[in-house]
Design a protein around this ligand. Structure first.
Ligand code: BJW
Length: 245
């Protein structure tokens, strides 16, 4: 546990710019599975099979079916108190809160957050490999539908796989560098560049806080770490912050 693990240590004051990085753990209590299970498999698949461009080229049907199932499952889940609390915080501080999510679900938006950066893409979007256009997409891709832009049947999930560049990196680093507080919620700290954000924050004198079920791989880099369920920790932290602002 980092500094002040037994109680709040930040002396918050206005104005305060906050960057919250979220990972699979924030959606776990909504019923969305996390990635790194104890058996090393991701919903029964090796990550190289379903989350690399090479895996897609080797077996596009498998990859489409994997993402189609996850897209369909989105319709059955709802935001949980952690998503709700971040939306409440945005209502209070507006653009001074940026949520950078590694998640491809839309639960932050459904909870009411507007300033959300999806650095690993979005399940409800399709990317055309032929013309590069992006399209809102809530149906299956396994039937190889035609791109609404160019008509070619080369749509893939609009998500960031290993070896690909995550989205909006300049905007993210600028927000972190200019922030007063960086908070990481529900992420294992196993995947870069997101896992390095805490180091970027510290290098710019930004306070750092981890909220995770268990110590992440980067827990030692945080000024403070609180461990438990996001659905409990995030609302408690937001309440604490709002009473100090
Ligand atoms: C709870 C909870 C509850 C549970 N409450 N908590 C060697 C060294 C360093 C880097 C590399 C390397 N070799 C290759 C790389 C780079 C590579 C990488 O990081 N590889 C690692 C395996 C080492 N990264 C990339 O290739 C990235 N691109 C890149 O680096 O481009 C170059 C570049 C350079 C410099 C600047 C910028 C760019 C791309 C990474 C793309 C990752 N894509 C995926 C799939 C997205 C689509 C999809 O969703 O299907 O993104 S993989 C997967 O991992 C997904 C997630 O967003 C990501 C992170 O996972 P996350 O969210 O942390 O989930 P889990 O399951 O790991 O952890 C959940 C946590 O929650 C756990 O800690 C639980 O305890 C906790 N939890 N329940 C609170 N109720």
């Amino acid at each position: 546990m980092g500094l002040g693990g037994s109680g709040p240590t930040h002396n918050y004051s206005r104005p305060m710019r906050i960057v919250v990085l979220t990972g699979a753990g924030i959606s776990a209590e909504s019923g969305v599975p996390t990635f790194r299970d104890s058996d090393g498999l991701w919903e029964g698949h090796h990550v190289e099979e379903v989350a690399t461009p090479e895996g897609y080229d080797a077996d596009p049907v498998l990859v489409h079916e994997f993402y189609d199932a996850r897209r369909r499952a989105l319709q059955k889940v709802e935001p949980n108190p952690a998503h709700d609390a971040l939306a409440r915080l945005e209502q209070a501080v507006g653009e001074d809160l940026v949520v950078v999510t590694q998640n491809i679900d839309d639960l932050h938006e459904r909870a009411g957050s507007h300033h959300v950066v999806h650095m690993h893409g979005e399940l409800l979007s399709a990317l055309c490999r032929a013309c590069g256009s992006r399209h809102c997409w809530d149906g299956d891709l396994s039937g190889r539908p035609a791109c609404p832009g160019c008509g070619v049947r080369e749509l893939r999930p609009d998500v960031v796989w290993f070896g690909e560049m995550p989205h909006e990196m300049e905007r993210i680093y600028r927000a972190i560098d200019d922030a007063d507080l960086f908070v990481s919620v529900g992420t294992s700290g196993a995947v870069y560049p997101a896992a390095g954000f805490v180091i970027e924050a510290r290098a710019h004198g930004v306070q750092t806080l981890e909220l995770n079920l268990e110590p992440s791989e980067g827990t030692a880099f945080f000024d403070e770490a609180r461990h438990g369920r996001a659905g409990v920790l995030v609302p408690a932290w937001v309440n604490e912050l709002l009473t100090r602002l």
